[in-house]
Design a binder for this molecule. Structure first.
Ligand SMILES: *[C@@H]1O[C@H](CO)[C@@H](O)[C@H](O)[C@H]1NC(C)=O
Ligand SMILES: *[C@@H]1O[C@H](CO)[C@@H](O)[C@H](O)[C@H]1NC(C)=O
Ligand SMILES: *[C@@H]1O[C@H](CO)[C@@H](O)[C@H](O)[C@H]1NC(C)=O
Ligand SMILES: *[C@@H]1O[C@H](CO)[C@@H](O)[C@H](O)[C@H]1NC(C)=O
Ligand SMILES: [Zn+2]
Length: 438
């Protein structure tokens, strides 16, 4: 802007005068141009568009439309908080989309359901020109040049891999680049912050089992970002000590500001800083104010506090739209992110700090995760398997030869199979009855 041009050198007076002049110019400039925080927020987000850590649109697509994408136009979807027009209005350039399946699917069909959620995100991000599915930092950067919204796929809950490293690797092949180790249920190998499900409760020393460590190692080797949102603090600490790469909390806020168990206490934030990972602040009202209502001030309090503890270089944003049920006033959908940046500008956050929060921190973490992957390129895929006694899963087929006496395992043949045919049974019964009667 012309207003900020330096005065010619001969016009310079004392240092005090210079400062005064600068201030005056700034004030007049603001008055004339009306360059408000609102405009500054939009300009900044135009230059540094948001990478958001968590969005549950795919879950809503299943709940509301049974994943039938043909029924809707993603440019403009009512009943949800996320669509293309509002992502664009909110300067969201990259969205991490969760492929979440309910904890109730653990020990059932979690893997199939996860595949179906990956399918719907992949369809969404390939059938619409405004989206592009990305799997690397380079691809993410390229989409910015092309003014597209990058989609990253993230599994929310380790139950999705059914305690199988081969399944984890295949999810990676399908484009998954991040996984939250738990949702609201324990897995056989990691512990949740929630106790609402009784999977694998009352067991000792299971915050991160040997198999859990193998999962983290394999994620490091693959280049998949470990996400600690939803894990217990013990599990988070164990992972922070074990992971070779930085990790994220993709959608959690500050426990000091609102003492919800999904939020992160200061001591854990300090461990996160040692790991050079980041926390992406969740906007869900209940995690922001610990009450049923909240506003932008409450949200900004979380940012201020976390900055005080570990610095702006460790912070991002993970809105949790379409996953969480209620949002602060003024932050009702994905078009409203600029309001957060506006409030932080008002609170004297610098543009440099906000550029970090908006995208540079995430890019740094993702790049580092890829660097660790490259370092590990000589290590082989892990063949570690979870001990069967840690599973208690009746749905797992145990491979063994068919029982000759015909246990109905679905794998038997010959005589037993014939006997199970209802037609033959009826015939046998008829013959028997006719012998008796006649
Ligand atoms: C979205 O659709 C609604 C009606 O379904 C319409 O009122 C609204 O203007 C549309 N918005 C955009 C951005 O197209
Ligand atoms: C708990 O787990 C750790 C690491 O997995 C192991 O070193 C330790 O011996 C275990 N403690 C008990 C009591 O099982
Ligand atoms: C949060 O704080 C309130 C009031 O101080 C207290 O009653 C509650 O038990 C705390 N919750 C947690 C999870 O620490
Ligand atoms: C948010 O609510 C608090 C009261 O809970 C109030 O003090 C504050 O001014 C509000 N902020 C905004 C931006 O409305
Ligand atoms: Zn969540």
């Amino acid at each position: 802007m012309m207003c900020f041009r330096k005065p010619p050198p001969d016009a310079l007076g004392s240092l005090g005068m210079q400062l005064l002049r600068a201030l005056l110019v700034l004030c007049v400039c603001r008055l004339i141009s009306g360059y408000s925080e609102k405009e500054r927020a939009h300009d900044l987000m135009f230059k540094f568009p948001l990478i958001d850590g968590h969005n549950d649109l795919a879950l809503q697509l299943r709940i509301l439309h049974n994943n039938r994408l043909s029924q809707i136009d993603l440019h403009n979807v009512s009943k949800v908080a996320t669509d293309i027009s509002r992502l664009q209005a909110g300067h969201v350039q990259t969205q991490m989309f969760a492929v979440y399946v309910l904890c109730g699917a653990q020990e059932k069909d979690a893997v199939r359901l996860t595949l179906e959620q990956i399918d719907v995100v992949r369809r969404m991000c390939t059938e619409y020109q405004d989206f592009e599915l990305v799997m690397s930092v380079q691809e993410l950067r390229d989409t910015e040049m092309r003014h597209k919204i990058a989609c990253l796929i993230s599994i929310e809950g380790g139950h999705s891999i059914d305690s199988s490293l081969p399944a984890l690797r295949m999810f990676y092949q399908l484009g998954v680049r991040s996984m939250a180790l738990t949702h609201t249920c324990n897995t056989p190998w990691a512990e949740s912050s929630s106790k609402i499900y009784n999977f694998f409760q009352n067991r000792q020393n299971t915050s991160l089992t040997q198999f859990g460590k193998a999962v983290v190692e394999e994620m490091n080797r693959l280049g998949m970002i470990v996400d600690l949102s939803h894990t217990s603090w013990d599990t988070a600490l164990a992972v922070l000590k074990h992971s070779k790469a930085p990790v994220i909390f993709s959608h959690s806020s500050s426990f000091s500001i609102c003492n919800h168990s999904r939020n992160v206490p200061d001591w854990l934030l300090r461990e996160l800083k040692k790991n050079q990972g980041m926390i992406m602040v969740n906007l869900h009202t209940h995690f922001i104010s610990c009450r049923n209502d909240a506003n932008i001030s409450h949200v900004a309090d979380h940012f201020d506090h976390i900055k005080k503890i570990i610095g702006a270089e460790s912070i991002g944003i993970g809105g949790d739209f379409d996953g969480a049920t209620s949002f602060p006033k003024g932050l009702e959908d994905v078009s409203k992110y600029p309001a957060v940046i506006q409030e932080l500008l008002k609170r004297n956050w610098t543009e440099d700090e906000l550029a970090d929060v908006l995208r540079r921190n995430f890019l740094r973490v993702f790049e580092e995760v890829e660097r660790v992957r490259d370092q590990l390129h000589l290590s082989r895929p892990s063949e570690i398997q979870i001990p069967m006694e840690e599973l208690q899963n009746p749905c797992r087929l145990v491979l063994r030869p068919p029982d000759p006496r015909g246990v109905p395992s679905g794998q038997t043949h010959s005589s037993t199979a014939e006997l199970r045919s209802p037609g033959l049974l009826i015939l046998a019964l008829f013959l028997l009855l006719s012998r008796i009667l006649f």
